[in-house]
Design a protein around this ligand. Structure first.
Ligand SMILES: [Zn+2]
Length: 429
């Protein structure tokens, strides 16, 4: 009986999950198609649409309402939007009727997702005692095995703590890298707060690997820092993008209207609920019922509330995409008192990346460069007194968007590492 009841509950929950992942609601006629997972994107296209004026914005809003065109990224000049195969012709007509310029960036999203699943090179059997590579995207489990390996191999340098658990009870693991010197400053790094931004955990783990495996040859400004790294801030969402819906952004908490997920990067407690957030649980930028309503964001707050570490000098949160180095405030067009320092280091970081591999990252204030978004983690980090707080939007600038092929992981991760060096060099002074 109990087992039967459990099964019934599981079945209902599964259906709710599928209903949420699926493009429209379940009814008797279309029930079968929803039983099949994962969500597919056959023939769906990503277009870059140029903004010329407010009229263009209005048209894009209408496209969202009428044809379910969804926004991937936008700035003042253009918007990247996902157009479903069934709407391609109609959307094209509307844009052409309104003289709006656009270009097709991704012809078939499903094909790209399938290509992405292939590693960039043959994964030759490595001698390493962990499964992580930077030629393919890996599971949370692989990332955790890598962290365990580091702690085992470098017990005097690395330690691991679980700062909380996700909605689905996955651990939120923070790796501390420290030589134990008493004068050390501290830097926080996190990745994967947005589930579909796979390059973020890949780059953050790359940074960890480079720091730890080459520790002895690191400069003093790296060694004299206590590093706290949360590579997978949103493990439930990340696993959901791997198993079911590659384009999922939020966590997996159950909200109202049978919708799942809170945008963890709208759930932090500084100016929570302001511009660029939604109170609709079905929205991709749903802010949650209150600040820190989600265990994943609350765990980071609790970590900072309880840490004995006094000298956090930087809060670096890695996202994709767009190649931006963004600094607070993000909640509105307001600058912190020390914005010149933040702008200078952001600019320096961009310059270093350009010297490294010619990639262009644009530094600046996030609300001014992109759009206001309240309740983001970088604003919160800044609000608790961490000077160098940045959101780094990694590659690319819209060719592949969130579905960056694995052959670009290493180069992108090196750019992320370069920025970490810039910031730690600054803090050491
Ligand atoms: Zn993001």
């Amino acid at each position: 009986m109990e087992r039967g009841l459990l099964f019934a509950i599981f079945a209902v929950l599964s259906l709710l999950a599928l209903a949420n992942a699926a493009p429209s609601s379940i009814n008797e006629e279309n029930f079968d198609q929803f039983v099949v997972t994962p969500v597919r994107y056959d023939g769906d296209q990503m277009w870059s649409v140029s903004f010329t004026d407010d009229q263009t914005r209005k048209v894009i809003k209408t496209l969202n309402e009428e044809f379910d065109v969804t926004l991937w990224a936008n700035n003042h000049a253009a918007a990247d939007v996902l157009v479903k195969q069934s709407a391609v012709n109609k959307v094209r007509e509307v844009l052409e009727d309104n003289n709006i310029q656009y270009s097709v960036q991704i012809e078939d999203l499903q094909k790209l997702i399938e290509l992405e699943a292939l590693p960039s090179k043959q994964n030759t059997a490595t001698k390493l005692d962990h499964p992580l590579t930077w030629t393919a995207y890996h599971s949370t489990e692989d990332i955790f095995k890598f962290l365990d390996y580091l702690v085992e191999k470098y017990p005097n340098l690395c330690s691991l703590q679980t700062i909380g658990y996700s909605v689905e009870n996955r651990p939120l693991k923070v790796l501390k890298i420290s030589n134990g010197n008493s004068g050390n400053k501290a830097i926080w790094i996190d990745g994967g707060i947005h589930a579909r931004e796979w390059i973020s955990p890949a780059s953050v783990t790359y940074i960890v690997n480079e720091l730890v495996e080459n520790w002895e040859s690191q400069p003093d400004h790296i060694k004299n820092v206590n590093w706290y790294v949360l590579p997978v801030h949103n493990p439930d969402g990340y696993e959901y993008t791997r198993s079911t819906n590659r384009m999922w952004r939020k966590n997996r908490s159950k909200g109202g209207n049978n919708c799942f997920g809170v945008d963890l990067n709208r759930n932090y407690g500084y100016k929570w609920g302001g511009e660029g957030t939604s109170s609709n649980p079905c929205s991709d930028i749903y802010r949650g019922s209150k600040a820190f309503s989600e265990p994943e964001s609350a765990a980071v707050k609790n970590f900072f509330d309880n840490t004995e570490e006094k000298k956090f000098g930087a809060f670096l949160t890695f996202h994709s995409y767009g190649q931006w180095i963004l600094h607070p405030w993000g909640y509105g067009n307001v600058l912190p008192d020390d914005h010149e320092d933040l702008a200078r280091v952001g600019k320096e970081g961009a310059k270093k990346i350009k010297e490294l591999d010619h990639q262009v990252y644009t530094p600046g204030n996030s609300a001014a460069l992109l759009y206001p978004a309240a309740g983001a983690s970088d604003d919160w980090g800044k609000s608790i007194g961490i000077k160098y707080s940045y959101t780094i939007e990694l590659r690319d600038t819209g060719r592949y968007g969130f579905v960056l092929p694995p052959e670009y992981i290493e180069a992108t991760a090196k750019e992320a590492l370069s920025f970490v060096f810039t910031v730690s060099g600054e803090i050491a002074n």
